[in-house]
Ligand binder design. Structure first.
Ligand SMILES: CC(C)(COP(=O)(O)OP(=O)(O)OC[C@H]1O[C@@H](n2cnc3c(N)ncnc32)[C@H](O)[C@@H]1OP(=O)(O)O)[C@@H](O)C(=O)NCCC(=O)NCCS
Length: 179
């Protein structure tokens, strides 16, 4: 199964040994604030990370983001539906603010466009989630619009902003080539 390597990171399938750290950061209220998963994070949802599904298969497929020494930093994901996919990204608090999400997603986006041949990538975010807004903007995603109070989330009506990038808009950065 595909492993993506970047200058500082390894983006690989989840292993059983990742699950305690994975469950711990998914249960961190600061990490979960703008995410849709149930709290406490269900054990069966953690087990599902070991599904063995390949990136590009229909539905959500997650990958662990790790340092070369194996330390789990977070996860990235593709929710593929035909020639399009939704992106997901989560870092443990200790791993944020170091450019790791940008580096992991740069590799995942290159894989999605250059290897899987997808047409469009998109993400739906809460506009109050400033770190992910900055991240998607730095990755050249366009803000396509915002649905106001369009879903009920953690006790309140919540806005959803859609960001997207077409393969035809994607600028391949050779300094971020996969190794
Ligand atoms: C969204 C999320 C992944 C963004 O993580 P992040 O670490 O801020 O994102 P990046 O990898 O782009 O890192 C950028 C930050 O690292 C800093 N940085 C430090 N060293 C860096 C380096 N070598 N290269 C690039 N940036 C670096 C940048 O200055 C930037 O800080 P700033 O945003 O304050 O300007 C993170 O906030 C998160 O996991 N949140 C919880 C889950 C969530 O809400 N996910 C999105 C749901 S849609």
């Amino acid at each position: 199964m595909t492993t993506l390597t970047t200058p500082r990171l390894i983006v690989r399938p989840f292993r059983e040994a990742d699950l305690p750290a994975f469950t711990a950061y998914r249960n961190d209220p600061a990490v979960a604030r703008y995410q849709g998963w149930a709290l406490p994070y269900p054990a069966e949802a953690a087990q599902a990370m070991l599904s063995g599904r390949a990136l590009g298969e229909d539905g959500w497929v997650q990958r662990a983001v790790t340092l070369p020494d194996g330390t789990l930093l977070g996860d990235v994901a593709l929710n593929t539906h035909g020639p399009q996919a939704e992106l997901g990204v989560t870092l443990a608090t200790h791993a944020q603010g170091r450019g790791y999400a940008h580096e992991a997603l740069t590799a995942l986006i290159a894989h999605a466009f250059a290897v899987l041949g997808l047409h469009r990538l998109h993400a739906g975010i809460d506009p109050r989630n400033e770190p992910v807004t900055r991240l998607l903007t730095r990755l050249h995603f366009r803000h396509e619009g915002t649905h106001i109070q369009s879903y009920w989330h953690r006790g309140e009506w919540t806005d959803e902003a859609t960001y997207a990038l077409l393969r035809s808009e994607w600028t391949h950065d050779p300094t971020q080539d996969l190794h």
